[in-house]
Design a binder for this molecule. Structure first.
Ligand code: SF4
Length: 280
């Protein structure tokens, strides 16, 4: 299957993921195509951070808990990290998230004397990037998400974990910049499905296809039928064991597929890469 077809298949799967994800009532979210998203820049950054760090449903739950536990973001700012952590109701990774939120709010307050980042919408993309890069712990894809959502910037936000998944799937290859990849993917994905696909891939990376190849869980993967990494592992197993469609998996198979080093580690996510030629 060629890369554009894989992207279309993934986008369709993202729609089912989105139905499950958005079926629960959300708080302070406004629809954007098929995905719920907060309206303000500050909310968007915090919402996206939760999605980088937690499974999708937990992220939405934590965001709702956070918003309902405090009167406003200023009350969050003057609260302790422990209080923020408790409001998140997310045991895994909640300390790091709470520290990020506290640091973010203190930073914005220090810079702006309030907690409003809407001024950024009037700035150029360069100025927005320059400002947001000062926020400690901010994922690069969050900046692109802000630009996409509030400046209609034509990108599909990627980070190293998403690049790794898309490389394994055989959608990207290592030869151009991440920005070129983001723009090419943007051209391929139906705008109504782009956010869902972004979150579907984030969730997929967290649950079954993390950057650490030793933790990859191909048997549980529902997209392995279109995965180049899995196909290479299957071919290797067939030639080694002479059996077709062995139930053994790529994660248990320590022989490296193409793109991995001699110890079987996957190629490191790289900021350089591009959509396979077949895209266009
Ligand atoms: S089959 Fe394995 S390597 Fe491919 S996307 Fe699924 S979990 Fe990742």
């Amino acid at each position: 299957m060629k890369a554009p077809e894989k992207v279309r298949t993934l986008a369709q799967m993202a729609v089912s993921f989105g139905r499950r994800w958005t079926s629960k009532p959300s708080l302070a979210l406004q629809g954007n195509g098929a995905a719920p998203y907060p309206s303000t820049v500050l909310d968007l950054i915090i919402f996206h951070k939760l999605h980088i760090c937690l499974p999708a449903e937990n992220a939405l739950k934590s965001y709702r808990h956070l918003r309902s536990s405090f009167v406003d973001w200023n009350e969050v700012r003057i609260s302790t990290v422990r209080e923020i952590q408790e409001a998140l109701s997310a045991p895994a990774g909640s300390l790091d998230i709470a520290v990020f939120i506290k640091d973010l709010l203190e930073f914005v307050h220090r810079e702006r004397q309030d907690l409003n980042l809407e001024f950024l919408v009037e700035q150029t993309s360069t100025d927005i990037r320059r400002f947001l890069k000062q926020v400690r712990g901010l994922d690069t894809s969050t900046i692109e998400m802000v630009l996409r959502q509030r400046k209609e910037y034509p990108v599909f936000p990627l980070n190293p974990a998403l690049v790794t998944v898309l490389n394994r799937l055989g959608v990207l290859r290592n030869s151009e910049t991440i920005l070129q990849q983001e723009k090419a993917l943007h051209e391929l994905v139906d705008p109504r499905r782009a956010l869902l696909l972004h979150h579907f891939l984030l969730d997929h990376s967290r649950r079954v296809c993390p950057p650490d190849v030793a933790s990859v869980d191909c048997p549980s993967c529902r997209i392995r039928q279109i995965c180049a990494f899995y196909a290479r592992g299957a071919r290797t197993r067939r030639s080694r064991h002479g059996q077709k469609n062995s139930p053994r998996t790529a994660s248990r198979d320590r022989r490296a597929p193409a793109g991995a080093d001699r110890r079987g580690r996957a190629a490191k996510p790289t900021p350089r890469g591009r959509i396979r030629k077949a895209v266009h």
